[in-house]
Design a binder for this molecule. Structure first.
Ligand code: SAH
Length: 468
C-alpha cells in the first residue's frame, strides 16, 4: 500500500485552497461536502466560486499566495490547484515545513495525501484510489461500485443507527445480534428502505426483532416481482440484477433467458413455473400460492418474468394473492418485448411523421380465433400496433386489419427472439408478411409490429446477428 486510506473529520475545520479556477472549484466542493470551512486564496475567481464567496459559503482572500504564507499555520489541510508550477511548489514547501497535509492537484510528487474517487451514500462512504497512478481507472471502478451500492444505502445505515441501542439491549448475545443485523440489512427491512419505504421497514424490523427475542419464527420473507427484460442480460435493471443475486429462491418463466438465469446465485433454489403456450407447467393459482408460501417460510423470493411483469405478464394476479395475505412485495419493472424488439430492430415505435401513438395488444388465440380486439380502432392510421403472442394468429390478424380498412401494403414486421443473438427480423406488408413468415423456420417468442414506422427498419437497423 503506497497510501493509507483514512477518513478525515473536517467538520468546521479551516481548510485552504490556493487557486480560483474550475479545478479549485471541484476541490472546494469536495471539502464543503465534508463540512470544512474553506478559504480560497487567488487573485481572481471563476464565476461559480465568486457565487460561493458572495453567498458567504467560502472565504475569499484576493491576492497571491506568497503574500499570505504566514497565515498557513491556521489551516488543517492545504490544497493547491493553480496552473503555476512556482506557486504549487511554494504551497507544497510551506505546508510540508509546517507538517500540514498538502495536495497539489495532478502532481503526485507534491502531495502528502491524495483524493480518492468517492461513492457518497452518507453516512456510508466508499473511496477508491489508484495511488495516483491512474485517476481514470479509479473513476471507472467507482462507476462499478456506484452500481453495487444502491442510492438508498445511506438511509439504510440511518435505520441501523436508529435501532442500534434497542437491538443491543434486546439481544445481549453478540453472535445472535450479529445474525439479526445480517439478516435485517440484507433482508426485507433493507429492501423496503432501498425502495423508499422506511416506515414499513421499521415495522418489519420491529416484528423481526420481537421474533428473534422470543426465538419463535424466522424473519419475514418478501417477494420481488422482477422483470427480466427481453433476453439480453445487459438489459436488466441494476435493481433486478441485485435482487437476482441475493434471492434465496427464483421462480421463473420460460421466457427468462438462460443468460439471465446464469446470474442467479449458485446456491439459490430455482423453480420453473413454465408458461409454454397451452402447456402451463404450473397453473396460475398454484404459482400464486407457491409465492405466498415461500415468502411465509422466511425466504427471499424473486418471481422472475420475461419483459415487464405488468405487460401481459399476469403480474397483477400474482401480487393480489400476496396483498391478500399481507406479504411484503415489490415490483421491479423490466424492458418489455415491445421496447426491446423495437430498439434492436431499428423500428422506433413512434415517429413524428408516421405514428403518434402505439398500442400493445395480445394476439393470443382462443378456440382458433384471435380474442376480441377493437379492429376498427386498430385500423386507424398514424399509429403503431405491437402484437404480443401473435405468431399463431398472424394471418387472422393481418386479414382482420385489412377487412377493417387497413391497406394491404401497410408495412409489418415480425421479430423473432428480439435482443438475443437469435434475433431475426422479417419485414413485409399486411398482405405479404404471413406468407414470408410461413416460409421461414421461425421460433418463439416473436413480436409483430404493424405500421408505417416499420419502413424505418431498412435505414435504422443496427443490430446484426447470424440469425442462428
Ligand atoms: N411480460 C412480457 C410479455 C409476456 S407475453 C413482456 O413485457 O415482454 C409473451 C410474449 O412476449 C411472447 O409471445 C412474445 O410475443 C413477446 N416476447 C417476449 N420476449 C420476446 C423477445 N425476446 N422477442 C420477441 N418477442 C418477445
Amino acid at each position: 500500500m503506497d497510501y493509507l486510506p483514512l477518513f478525515f473529520k473536517l467538520t468546521d475545520a479551516p481548510c485552504l485552497v490556493v487557486g480560483g479556477g474550475e479545478v479549485a472549484l471541484r476541490k472546494v466542493d469536495t471539502l464543503r461536502r465534508a463540512g470544512a470551512s474553506v478559504t480560497v486564496i487567488s487573485p481572481a475567481l471563476c464565476p461559480a466560486l465568486t457565487e460561493l464567496a458572495e453567498g458567504g459559503h467560502i472565504h475569499w482572500v484576493a491576492g497571491e499566495f506568497a503574500a499570505y504564507v504566514s497565515e498557513l499555520p491556521g489551516f488543517r489541510l492545504v490544497i493547491s490547484a493553480t496552473d503555476r508550477a512556482d506557486v504549487n511548489q511554494a504551497v507544497y514547501r510551506a505546508a510540508v515545513a509546517l507538517n500540514l497535509p498538502v495536495n497539489v492537484v495532478d502532481c503526485p510528487e507534491l502531495c502528502t495525501f491524495i483524493f480518492p474517487a468517492i461513492i457518497d451514500r452518507s453516512p456510508v462512504v466508499a473511496a477508491v484510489s489508484s495511488g495516483g497512478v491512474s485517476p481514470v481507472l479509479a473513476r471507472l471502478l467507482r462507476g462499478r461500485i456506484e452500481a453495487l451500492i444502491p442510492p438508498g444505502f445511506g438511509e439504510l445505515a440511518r435505520l441501523a443507527e436508529r435501532y442500534r441501542s434497542q437491538v443491543k439491549a434486546a439481544l445481549t448475545d453478540p453472535s445472535r445480534r450479529r445474525r439479526f443485523w445480517e439478516s435485517a440489512l440484507q433482508g426485507t427491512p433493507a429492501e423496503l428502505v432501498l425502495s423508499g419505504r422506511s416506515g414499513e421497514a421499521e415495522a418489519v424490523l420491529e416484528r423481526d426483532l420481537a421474533a428473534a427475542v422470543s426465538g419463535s419464527s424466522a424473519a419475514a420473507g418478501m417477494v420481488y416481482l422482477v422483470g427480466a427484460g427481453p433476453g439480453d442480460p445487459d438489459l436488466l435493471t441494476v435493481r433486478a440484477l441485485r435482487l437476482i443475486q441475493e434471492a434465496d429462491v427464483v421462480v421463473y418463466d420460460r421466457l427468462v433467458s438462460p443468460e439471465v438465469m446464469a446470474l442467479v446465485r449458485k446456491d439459490a433454489e430455482r423453480i420453473y413455473a413454465g408458461k409454454q403456450r397451452s402447456e402451463h407447467t404450473l397453473p396460475q393459482d398454484q404459482i400464486n400460492r407457491l409465492l405466498a408460501d415461500l415468502a411465509k417460510s422466511g425466504r427471499r423470493v424473486v418471481r422472475l418474468k420475461g419483459g415487464d411483469p405488468f405487460i401481459f405478464g399476469r403480474g397483477g394476479e400474482e401480487i393480489e394473492t400476496l396483498m391478500a395475505e399481507g406479504i411484503v412485495f415489490q415490483v421491479v419493472p423490466g424492458i418489455t418485448a415491445a421496447s426491446g424488439c423495437a430498439a434492436y430492430a431499428g423500428i422506433p415505435l413512434t415517429h413524428r411523421d408516421y405514428a403518434q401513438s402505439c398500442t400493445f395488444v395480445t394476439g393470443h388465440l382462443k378456440d382458433g380465433t384471435v380474442i376480441d380486439l377493437d379492429w376498427r380502432r386498430l385500423a386507424v392510421p398514424q399509429q403503431t400496433i405491437v402484437i404480443y403472442m401473435g405468431l399463431q394468429g398472424l394471418e387472422a390478424i393481418c386479414d382482420s386489419l385489412q377487412a377493417h380498412g387497413c391497406a394491404p401494403d401497410l408495412p409489418a414486421a415480425l421479430i423473432q427472439q428480439g435482443t438475443t443473438r437469435h434475433q431475426v427480423v422479417v419485414t413485409g406488408t399486411l398482405a405479404s408478411l404471413p406468407g414470408k413468415v410461413a416460409e421461414r423456420n421461425i421460433k418463439a417468442p416473436t413480436l409483430v409490429i404493424i405500421g408505417q414506422v416499420v419502413r424505418l427498419h431498412e435505414r435504422l437497423a443496427w443490430f446484426h446477428t447470424d440469425g442462428a
